[in-house]
Design a protein around this ligand. Structure first.
Ligand SMILES: Nc1ncnc2c1ncn2[C@@H]1O[C@H](COP(=O)(O)OP(=O)(O)OP(=O)(O)O)[C@@H](O)[C@H]1O
Ligand SMILES: [Mg+2]
Length: 329
């Protein structure tokens, strides 16, 4: 079976003059190679297709695959993660991970909060600030936390995201609006423990495989800087004990409410009263075999990278009525 891999390679864009910030969510060649190797070990014939531009060119040259393993984050706009799956849908090529609507809605943290809270998953009280005038309607309890509504990998998140006064709120909202050219999501600050939970599968077959607690030095947020230097700034501990059941149940509820498939992560944090709240869902979770949260937490829970990719693939194959290749004899 021919499996194509779609991805945004950071160096491809850097070579073409894109900035480090524009490409912060993009992957390294070693991530693509690790996925490719895992697929080959499962018996698939693979092809590294590349990003949406390279996919469009391959499709116009009549290339086709039985399945595409898609981790392309996309470049611009709030539908950027949806471009590759939407294109593949038009060619009726099945793919691993969620479709365009789930990816679009999950990238927008305001919309995903609405969906999961309607399913009973607690969220921190929050509001959307689309222009500075919206701040006048804010009746949230300080301290607050502000982030761009549709970014990932901790973009736009620094220690200044935590605001304690109206002045700081106005300044930071102004920064997010102008710097990221999109609304700011303002939430009541969640001061408690933070967890990220891995989910594999879809619908009634989805399983929370485990999670980890994330503690950042000096109470820093888990931002692009802390993530990139996690060995210095962060401590990861396997999710176990009193929080385990609650985290897994909430992660699964959020995952199913949003309609995630095959695999991903749900981020959670405890509020001022000890209640576990949803932060966001990641249906395209990072897959660097050593440095990304999902492989790290999977490993902590006895699932190595190969097994993780196999579990994700089994879910995608089953959803698409496809079969595993026969073992190589
Ligand atoms: N309401 C909040 N209260 C306290 N901390 C928060 C809140 N929202 C976000 N954070 C902090 O900011 C970090 C990044 O937030 P979030 O997960 O929404 O961003 P992201 O860029 O999409 O992350 P990812 O890299 O997981 O895609 C969280 O892991 C957490 O440390
Ligand atoms: Mg997150």
């Amino acid at each position: 079976m021919r499996v194509g891999i779609t991805y945004d390679l950071r160096s491809w864009y850097i070579d073409r003059g894109y900035s480090m910030e524009d490409t912060a969510e993009f992957d390294k060649q070693e991530t693509i190679d690790a996925i490719d190797n895992a697929l080959v070990r499962m018996g698939f014939e693979t092809e590294q297709i590349g990003n949406c531009f390279q996919l469009m060119s391959a499709l116009s040259s009549d290339k086709r695959w039985d399945l595409v393993f898609n981790i392309a984050e996309g470049l611009y706009g709030d539908g950027r993660e949806s471009v590759v799956p939407a294109l593949l849908d038009q060619y009726r090529i099945p793919y691993v991970f969620s479709g365009p609507v789930v990816l679009g809605v999950s990238l927008n943290k305001y919309l995903s909060r609405l969906i999961v809270s309607a399913a009973g998953v607690p969220v921190s009280p929050g509001m959307l600030v689309s222009c500075l005038d919206d701040i006048k309607k804010c009746n949230l309890q300080f301290p607050l936390f502000i982030k761009p509504v549709s970014e990932g990998t901790g973009k736009g998140i620094t220690e200044k995201s935590l605001v304690r006064s109206w002045k700081e709120l106005r300044e930071r909202a102004g920064f997010v609006l102008s710097r990221f050219n999109q609304p700011a999501l303002v939430e009541e600050y969640l001061p408690g423990k933070e967890f990220t939970v891995g989910v594999i599968g879809s619908g009634s077959k989805a399983v929370a495989i485990g999670g980890m607690e994330i503690e950042c030095r000096d109470n820093l947020p888990y931002s692009v800087e802390t993530k990139e230097n996690y060995q210095i700034f962060c401590k990861y501990t396997p999710l176990e004990g009193v929080y385990e059941e609650e985290c897994k149940t909430l992660a699964l509820s959020a995952w199913n409410a949003i309609g995630g498939v095959d695999g991903g992560r749900v981020d959670l944090r405890v509020d001022v009263n000890g209640k576990m709240c949803f932060i966001e869902v990641n249906p395209l979770a990072g897959l660097h075999p050593v440095h990304s949260d999902l492989p790290i937490l999977a490993n902590m829970n006895g699932i190595n990278f190969q097994s993780l990719i196999e579990m994700i693939m089994r879910s995608a194959l089953e959803r698409n009525n496809l079969k595993l290749p026969a073992p190589i004899t």
